[in-house]
Design a protein around this ligand. Structure first.
Ligand code: AP5
Ligand code: MG
Ligand code: ZN
Length: 213
């Protein structure tokens, strides 16, 4: 099963993708997580990506596409995957589509986690992230057991550099300009499903499971 998560920054793509990955035993592939791991390890890719991410801009397609194609070519993706944060532009979607088509394959579901802009800024300012294992928390909705410590791996939690309110507004603007057109793109392909992302995260997940079966 090959799944794409669509939705604004902070809609809950990552939260839901992790639960999908666990339930259906497929890898969770997040380009944002891949970039953040590279930033943490100070790789050349990470240094380049950081310039864009800190301003809430998209990392150029030239840097993003090959990383994603290499990742999904790995053995653990043979039975499917859930993509979180990719594609984010029509050209990225086209590259993925062409790569899959060459293998006689396709995306099964594109799930749009719909959340209005008004809800987003509040969610982001409360988010805390673990850069070591990728787990995410929310100081009010999903707090860690010990303040600022990851339940899963014990690392310290951070407020992402791009979660400052002014950067979030820029990310939202770019989402509407560059990523939202993908909703129409996947509707035309007949694979778009929309869930109400304002519900409690467990209810959002139940809605997704009823779609995936
Ligand atoms: P990325 O890491 O993908 O960030 P994003 O799309 O902006 O999305 P977020 O991770 O911020 O939000 P999310 O939808 O995963 O929400 P979450 O589950 O954490 O990308 C970061 C940057 O990398 C981009 O800006 C870009 O620069 C670059 N990049 C990445 N991929 C790229 C690509 N393909 N092309 C170009 N550039 C790329 O939830 C948010 C918060 O809400 C959390 O605190 C969570 O606990 C809480 N929450 C979740 N669900 C609920 C709920 N139902 N109710 C209440 N709270 C909830
Ligand atoms: Mg995410
Ligand atoms: Zn962790």
């Amino acid at each position: 099963m090959k799944i794409i998560m669509l939705g604004a920054p902070g809609a809950g793509k990552g939260t839901q993708a992790k639960m999908i990955a666990e339930k259906y035993s497929i890898p969770h592939v997040s380009t944002g997580d891949i970039f953040r791991a590279n930033i943490k390890n100070e790789t050349p890719l990470g240094m380049e990506a950081k310039k864009y991410m800190d301003e809430g801009k998209l990392v150029p397609d030239e840097l993003t596409v090959q990383i994603l194609l290499d990742r999904v070519a790995k053995e653990d993706c043979a039975n499917g995957y859930v993509l979180d944060g990719f594609p984010r532009t029509i050209p990225q979607a086209e590259v993925l589509n062409d790569a899959l088509e060459k293998m006689g394959d396709k995306i099964d579901y594109a799930i749009d986690v719909a959340v209005p802009d008004e809800n987003i800024v509040n969610r982001m300012s409360g988010r805390r992230a673990c850069v070591t294992c990728g787990a995410t928390y929310h100081i009010v909705h999903i707090p860690p057991k010990v303040e600022n410590v990851c339940d899963k791996c014990g690392s310290n939690l951070i407020l992402r550099d791009d979660d400052k309110p002014e950067t979030v507004l820029n990310r939202l603007k770019i989402y509407h300009e560059q990523t939202q057109p993908l909703i129409e793109y996947y509707t035309a392909k007949g694979v778009l499903k929309t869930v109400d992302g304002t519900k409690d995260m467990k209810d959002v997940f139940a809605d997704i499971v009823s779609i995936l079966g």
